[in-house]
Design a protein. Structure first.
Length: 186
């Protein structure tokens, strides 16, 4: 859409083209069919009332859809993030994020967009951590180094590294809670 006010014909074309994709995206995140329909209608209502040109229609639609789902969840859901369960020493929260970020098996436009969103949010959240916590988290989770190897190269005791990582995980969980609920908790 390059003109300032989308015409009804163009919107109906966009609706026909993206309705099924967006509906599937919403249905993965919203249990109620009726709420999903409401969210989808709100997305196309936002498109109808937009006055600015939209260069990347797919990205815009998914961003608006994601925001509508977030708004819906905030209004209707006040549940806490599921507690972390430990499975063979790996926290499931971290495993789910890692699995999502590094899974290239499905490269649909939706997944590529969501993966980039998660990477951006993770980078911002990591930048907010104290340097010691960020470093140990990045070394263990992103580079896959064992605590013992980090300890040997830095001279920092393993228990201190484990403690720093634990604090980093707690802060990241809190910071990324809404992202976890909206994208990763299917």
């Amino acid at each position: 859409m390059t003109n300032n006010e989308p015409s009804k014909n163009k919107i109906s074309d966009v609706f026909k083209r993206y309705q099924a994709q967006l509906k599937g995206y919403i249905n993965k995140r919203v249990a109620s069919k009726e709420d999903g329909e409401d969210i989808l209608q709100n997305v196309f209502y936002q498109l109808l009332k937009t006055e600015n040109p939209i260069d990347e229609m797919t990205a815009w639609l998914y961003a608006v859809t994601r925001n509508q789902i977030i708004d819906w969840k905030r209004k209707r859901k006040n549940e806490e993030m599921p507690s972390i369960t430990v499975d063979d020493g790996n926290e499931l929260f971290l495993s789910e994020i890692s699995n999502f970020l590094f899974d290239d098996s499905d490269s649909s436009p939706e997944d590529v967009y969501l993966r980039s969103l998660v990477w951006n949010e993770l980078e911002v959240a990591l930048a907010e951590l104290p340097q010691e916590q960020r470093e140990v988290f990045e070394l263990t989770e992103l580079k896959g180094l064992p605590f013992k190897e980090i300890s040997e190269s830095t001279g920092i005791p393993v228990n201190t590294l484990i403690s720093r990582k634990r604090y980093a995980v707690l802060r990241l969980r809190l910071r990324l809670k809404s992202l976890y609920e909206d994208i990763l908790d299917t």
